[in-house]
Design a protein around this ligand. Structure first.
Ligand code: SF4
Length: 465
C-alpha cells in the first residue's frame, strides 16, 4: 500500500507521525507525499483552536477528493475532542484517538482488505488498545530527532482544550526514553529535542496516582525528574546536543537553572511561553505567574547561560484585551529581549472558558496587534543575532539550500540560529550534512539567517575527519 501522511499542530504530533510512518515501512508499505495519489491518507489532526479544527476537516476532505477509493484516517486531537461526531467528516473511514495511534497499521490493513472486498463502502472503525510509545522514531530530517517523553496536561489555561483531549499526565519511564535516545544516536542523530505536552510535569506521575496530582506538583518536585532524565541523556555516546521543548516558566528556579547549566550537552535555547505581558490578561488566561515573575526566570537563565536564546509564544487579541494591556505586552517583550517571538492571533476554541468570555475582539483588531508585535519581534531577533558577528559558532549542518542565486550549506547553532555557508554544492560539502563544524559569522544572508565565513570550511572538513 502507498500511505500519505499530513501532520498538523505541535511537535508531539510530528513525533507521533514519524512513529506511524516507521511502523508502515517496517510492514513493507511505501510512504508517499500527501500531494500524490495514495491508497491511504492519514491526517494527524490538531484541535487547539476552531481554525485548527477547520483545517483538519479541510485536509480530510482534500484527501478524499484526491482519491475517492482511498482509506482516509483522522487521527489525534480533533478526534479526541469530538470530531468523530461531526457530520462534515463523512469522508473519514477510520477515527483514531491519540491513544490508538500505534494501532494504526493493523486497522488500516484490515480496512484496506475490507474495501477490496466490499468496494467503496466505508469501513468506519477505531481501536481501543492503549500502547505506550517505546520504539525509536525516525524523523524526516536526519540530524535532529524529537524525543517525546510526556503526554497530557493539567494546567487548564482558559483558552486551551488540550487538558480535555490529551488525557491525564503520562510520563514515559526514564529507562525507556534513554533506550530510545541511544538508538537514535546509533542511527546517527546528533541532536534530540525533548518534547512533551507539558514537559515541566515530566515524571510527576511516575511515583503517584494521576488523579491525585495537583497542577503545582512539578514545582514541589523542583523539576528533579526532568533534570535526572536530562542527566541520563547527557551520558549517551554519540549524542552531541540536547534541546529542550517548551518549558513552563515557573520551573526555572536558581537550583533548577544551576543544575541545568551543569548538563554539558544542553543547548542554551529555552522556549518559555509567555502568552501576555499584562498581568490582567495572564489572570484571565489562568496562567499562574505574573510578568514580573516571568522576567525573573529569564534573568536566572541569563545568569547561568551565556547569551541564551529565550524564545516565546504570545497570544494577541485575547478576550477583553485593551489597547493598554496590549501595550504592556509590547513593553514587556522589549524588556525581556527575546531572541524570537511566535505570535498567535487569539482563536476561539469551543469548550474552553475563554470562548465563553465576553469582549471577543474583531479579526481586524487582532490582525493589527499581530502585525505590530511581529514587527517588534523581528527587531528583537535582529538585535539578538547581532551579538554573533565575528564569533566562531558550531553549526550542525543539515542541508544545501538555495537563497537567491546562491547555494548554502545550512544548519543551526546551539542557540537555534540558522546559519549558512556558501557552497558550490560539491560532493565534499554535501558530505558535511549531519556533521558539526565551526564557522565565523560574517554577516546576514536574509533576515534571521546568518552567514558563516567560508574560510572556515577547511576547519569544518577536518573536524569531520
Ligand atoms: S500549559 Fe496551558 S496551553 Fe499548554 S497544554 Fe497545558 S493547558 Fe494548554
Amino acid at each position: 500500500m502507498k500511505i500519505a501522511f499530513l501532520t498538523l499542530g505541535c511537535k508531539v504530533n510530528s513525533y507521533e507521525t514519524e512513529k506511524m510512518k516507521q511502523q508502515f515501512e517496517e510492514r513493507g508499505h511505501e510512504i508517499a507525499a500527501f500531494q500524490e495519489k495514495a491508497d491511504v491518507y492519514v491526517v494527524n489532526t490538531c484541535t487547539v483552536t476552531n481554525i485548527a479544527d477547520r483545517k483538519s476537516r479541510k485536509m480530510l476532505r482534500r484527501a478524499r477528493n484526491r482519491n475517492p477509493e482511498a482509506v482516509i484516517v483522522a487521527a489525534g486531537c480533533y478526534v479526541d475532542s469530538g470530531g468523530k461526531q461531526d457530520p462534515a467528516d463523512g469522508s473519514v473511514d477510520i477515527f483514531l484517538s491519540n491513544k490508538e495511534k500505534l494501532q494504526l497499521v493493523e486497522l488500516v490493513e484490515q480496512a484496506w482488505a475490507d474495501k477490496q472486498e466490499r468496494g467503496a463502502e466505508a469501513v468506519r472503525c477505531g481501536g481501543n488498545m492503549e500502547r505506550s510509545i517505546t520504539e525509536a522514531a525516525r524523523q524526516e530530517e536526519h540530524t535532529r530527532s524529537y524525543l517525546k517523553v510526556q503526554n497530557g496536561c493539567n494546567q487548564y489555561c482558559s483558552y486551551c482544550i488540550i487538558p480535555f483531549v490529551r488525557g491525564p499526565l503520562e510520563s514515559r519511564r526514564p529507562e525507556e526514553v534513554l533506550r530510545e535516545a541511544a538508538s537514535l544516536a546509533q542511527q546517527g542523530y546528533q541532536e534530540v529535542v525533548v518534547t512533551g505536552i507539558h514537559l515541566s510535569s515530566y515524571g510527576v506521575d511516575l511515583e503517584q496516582a494521576t488523579d491525585r496530582i495537583t497542577a503545582d506538583r512539578f514545582l514541589e518536585l523542583e523539576g528533579r525528574p526532568l533534570l535526572q532524565l536530562l542527566s541520563g541523556l547527557n551520558q549517551i555516546e554519540g549524542l552531541a546536543r540536547i534541546r529542550l521543548g517548551s518549558l513552563e516558566p515557573r520551573i526555572i528556579t536558581p537550583e533548577f537553572a544551576r543544575a541545568l547549566s551543569r548538563i554539558s550537552k544542553i543547548c542554551p535555547h529555552f522556549h518559555l511561553s509567555l502568552q501576555s505581558g499584562s498581568d490582567r490578561v495572564l489572570q484571565r488566561m489562568n496562567r499562574h505567574y505574573t510578568a514580573e515573575e516571568y522576567l525573573e526566570k529569564v534573568e536566572l537563565l541569563r545568569r547561568y547561560f551565556d547569551h541564551p536564546a529565550v524564545t516565546t509564544d504570545i497570544i494577541v487579541g485575547f478576550p477583553q484585551e485593551t489597547e493598554e494591556e496590549f501595550q504592556e505586552t509590547c513593553d514587556f517583550v522589549k524588556k525581556a529581549g527575546f531572541a524570537k517571538i511566535h505570535v498567535f492571533k487569539y482563536s476561539r476554541r469551543r469548550g474552553t472558558a475563554a470562548d465563553r468570555m465576553e469582549g471577543q475582539l474583531s479579526q481586524q483588531a487582532k490582525g493589527e496587534r499581530s502585525d505590530r508585535l511581529l514587527k517588534l519581534g523581528a527587531e528583537l531577533e535582529q538585535h539578538y543575532q547581532s551579538w554573533f558577528a565575528g564569533r566562531t559558532e558550531q553549526v550542525l549542518w543539515e542541508e544545501i539550500t538555495e537563497i537567491g542565486d546562491k547555494k548554502y550549506l545550512m544548519g543551526y547553532n546551539e542557540r537555534y540560529v540558522r546559519i549558512g555557508m556558501e557552497t558550490e554544492g560539491n560532493p565534499e560539502d554535501i558530505s558535511l550534512c549531519n556533521t558539526i563544524g565551526n564557522v565565523r559569522i560574517v554577516g546576514q544572508i536574509v533576515p534571521g539567517v546568518l552567514s558563516g565565513d567560508p574560510i572556515e570550511r577547511q576547519e569544518t572538513i577536518n573536524k569531520k575527519k
